[in-house]
Design a protein. Structure first.
Length: 396
């Protein structure tokens, strides 16, 4: 069971202020925390809006738990002078700020890059917006499904959804933006180590959705595309009880698949020897592959095909995969104690370091859980902390 302890990992000693809400910013800050950074989550007295997203566990949002572990929680109203002073004191001491407000909001709140850089010239200030900081739509609000639609991902999903446009339940652009932010922080920290310079790092859901499917954004300007679109077989097939995804994307895998399902002659048919030929004859091949695949269950076919060396996978639920022996072996389902929920299983640290491993030291904080602790670190005495509470500048 993971327990709270001294931060360890390649980013131990790095201090982060997380002003972000929902997914992209909080998940990025969480990744930094997984790798050892001391992350302070700044929330208004009403809390991150994601705290209201069901389902709930002992009154706590399970979504919020997935994006905010390894953080200390400070609930502060930065719209009042005393609360803003708390945040400005923190900004002088930290290495990184993460925020995902709409363009222009941070200036109104006086936590923008120019303001905080004046307090701390070595600061690395990381910003994620929906559409970016420049251009005619920089003020436009947006969430992941909006960018999935605008960026082409929803229409690409039609290839696997009977021709119907579909939104992925995985927030692709949010999680990709988080990865870009964490990558940007790491690069900026490396640059600062060499030069002493802080800087602003920016990304957006727009850039994230494009980078997550960069192969679809290749466009020749002076020649036409050739060949059939895609890979075959690279799709869901019906079995006797469910479905299975088969990704026999090479000539070798194609032959192994045909041998495994009892159609060896199909794998050696010169009409289907290359991927281009198989794509061209996709509907015809599906009619040939589907009948034998319907004779066994998904579990039976997964066992047979994996043994034969064919890439494939049953369509499991998240809970089913969570208890998979391979997930356990990769330490991707650890348990951590939560002050309200109790033992809580979470997805593990997704990067392994041989010499400086990251860890899950704590579950997501309760609202304002560490307010008093952090204020003491900033030099506030008990009398002043109580005054801040009476002024409603802080909670906790």
């Amino acid at each position: 069971m993971s327990t709270a302890g001294t931060p360890a990992g390649p980013l131990a000693g790095v201090r982060v202020l997380d002003f972000a809400s929902f997914i992209a910013g909080p998940f990025a800050a969480m990744l930094l925390g997984d790798l050892g950074a001391d992350v302070i989550k700044i929330e208004p007295p009403t809390g991150d809006l994601a705290r209201a997203w069901a389902p709930f566990l002992a009154g706590e949002s399970s979504f919020f738990q997935g994006w905010n572990r390894n953080k200390r929680g400070l609930a502060v109203d930065i719209t009042v002078p005393a609360g803003l002073e708390v945040v400005h004191r923190l900004a002088r001491r930290v290495d990184v700020v993460v925020e995902n407000f709409r363009h222009g909001v941070t200036q109104k709140l006086k936590i923008d890059y120019e303001t905080l850089r004046a307090l701390n010239p070595r600061l690395i200030y990381c910003s994620s917006t929906a559409f970016g900081a420049r251009g005619p739509e920089r003020q436009r609000p947006g969430y992941d499904p909006v960018l999935q639609c605008l960026g082409g991902a929803a229409r690409l999903n039609a290839r696997y959804n009977g021709g119907r446009v579909a939104i992925s339940a995985v927030a692709v652009s949010d999680y990709q933006a988080a990865m870009l932010l964490a990558t940007g922080v790491s690069a900026a920290l490396f640059h600062r180590e060499k030069t002493g310079e802080g800087q602003k790092v920016e990304t957006s859901l727009l850039q994230a959705i494009m980078s997550a499917q960069s192969h679809w954004y290749v466009q020749a300007l002076e020649c036409a595309e050739e060949g059939g679109l895609g890979i075959y077989p690279y799709r869901l097939f019906e079995t006797s009880d469910e479905v299975i995804f088969i990704a026999a994307g090479t000539d070798k895998f194609w032959r192994l698949l045909c041998d495994a399902i009892g159609l060896p002659e199909l794998g050696r048919d010169p009409r289907f020897a290359t991927n281009g030929q198989r794509v061209e004859h996709g509907p015809e091949l599906t009619e040939l592959l589907q009948p034998p695949l319907r004779l066994k269950t998904t579990a039976e076919w997964e066992t047979i095909l994996v043994r034969a060396g064919v890439p494939c996978g049953a369509a499991r639920t998240c809970r089913e995969f969570f208890s998979d022996p391979q997930v356990e072996a990769m330490e991707m389902n650890p348990v951590v104690d939560h002050p309200a929920i109790g033992p809580l299983r979470l997805a593990g640290v997704p990067i392994h370091f041989e010499r400086t491993p990251g860890s899950i030291r704590s579950a997501a904080p309760l609202l304002g859980q560490h307010t008093e602790e952090i204020l003491h670190e900033l030099g506030y005495d008990d009398w002043r902390i109580e005054a801040l509470r009476r002024e409603r500048a802080v909670v906790g």
